[in-house]
Structures are given as structure tokens and as C-alpha cells.
Design a protein around this ligand. Structure first.
Ligand code: SF4
Ligand code: SF4
Length: 149
């Protein structure tokens, strides 16, 4: 396997979510895009049909893409203060793979800028380049090194 030439190679990047909810709450609007399979999973979790889930939890945005709705305060519809994400185990891939999104890992500068809002970035479990690239591609990727910056 060829060595990664990414800016974060060879050490990788550290991240452990603190559960602060900054990426799930307002005050700015945000989008959580879902695949058809994720809609099915969440509808099943809530014990309702996909049609009912669509009526209650989804909106069409940006060129027809499907996103979760937000509460009036612009928090994600599944964020509950004091409890966190109500569907955490089944949260969409977009949530599961943050902060290892292609646009966030593009450069050290962008990673640092994003870390201002996400206290888990740069701390905790270390992800090696292959795990980071798997997550950036929307797949699972597990930390595989000792904790620490
Ligand atoms: S902003 Fe970062 S630390 Fe806070 S909940 Fe989101 S991923 Fe976790
Ligand atoms: S689905 Fe859960 S993890 Fe994703 S934005 Fe909403 S509250 Fe946060």
C-alpha cells in the first residue's frame, strides 16, 4: 500500500467527540443529508413509516437534496439539550464521519479553523491516514493509535 502524502501523514489526526453539540445546534442553519437507507433506518428506529418520517422530519433543500429539519432555534430536530442526539446509534453518515469530511481535512489551516467550533478536534484518539480517508469517503474508520496530539 502506498504511503499517504496528505498533510496529516504519517501521524494522522486526533479526535474524540466531547458531546458538546456545537455541530448539532444553531444559531446558524445547517443541513444533515440522508440517504434512502438512512431514512429507512431512522423511520424503523422511531417505529413509523418512511412516509410519516418524511412528513415529520425531512425537508427538501439545495437542488432537491433531502435534509433533516431543524427546530425553531435551528438546532437539529434530534438534538435535545441535556440528552444529546436522540438517534445517536443510528445517526446519519454525515454526522458519524465528522470532522473527517473532505472539505475539513483539505488543509491544516481549515482543520484548525474548524477546531475553533469543535473542541474534540486535535484531542483524544488518533486516526491514521487510512482511517481518515475511509471516513472522508463515508465509510467507517476506527482510531488505531494511542491518544494524544
Ligand atoms: S462539535 Fe465536535 S466535540 Fe462537539 S459534538 Fe460536534 S463533533 Fe463532538
Ligand atoms: S442527527 Fe444527531 S448527531 Fe446528527 S446533527 Fe442531528 S443531533 Fe447531531
Amino acid at each position: 500500500m502506498s504511503e499517504s502524502k496528505a498533510w496529516y501523514a504519517p501521524k494522522g489526526l486526533c479526535f474524540t467527540c466531547t458531546g458538546c453539540g456545537n455541530c448539532c445546534r444553531g444559531p446558524e442553519t445547517g443541513f444533515v443529508f440522508l440517504s434512502a437507507a438512512e431514512i429507512t433506518t431512522l423511520a424503523n428506529r422511531l417505529g413509523i413509516s418512511e412516509e410519516e418520517f418524511g412528513r415529520s422530519y425531512l425537508r427538501q433543500v439545495l437542488g432537491g437534496r433531502i435534509s433533516l429539519i431543524e427546530k425553531a432555534n435551528l438546532d437539529c430536530v434530534f438534538w435535545t439539550e441535556g440528552k444529546g442526539c436522540e438517534v445517536y446509534e443510528d445517526r446519519p453518515t454525515q454526522c458519524r464521519t465528522f470532522p473527517f469530511w473532505p472539505e475539513v481535512i483539505e488543509s491544516a489551516e481549515i482543520w484548525k479553523e474548524e477546531a475553533v467550533y469543535c473542541p474534540g478536534m486535535g484531542k483524544g484518539k488518533r486516526y491514521a491516514p487510512p482511517a481518515i480517508e475511509a471516513l472522508a469517503g463515508g465509510e467507517g474508520g476506527t482510531p488505531d493509535g494511542p491518544d494524544g496530539p
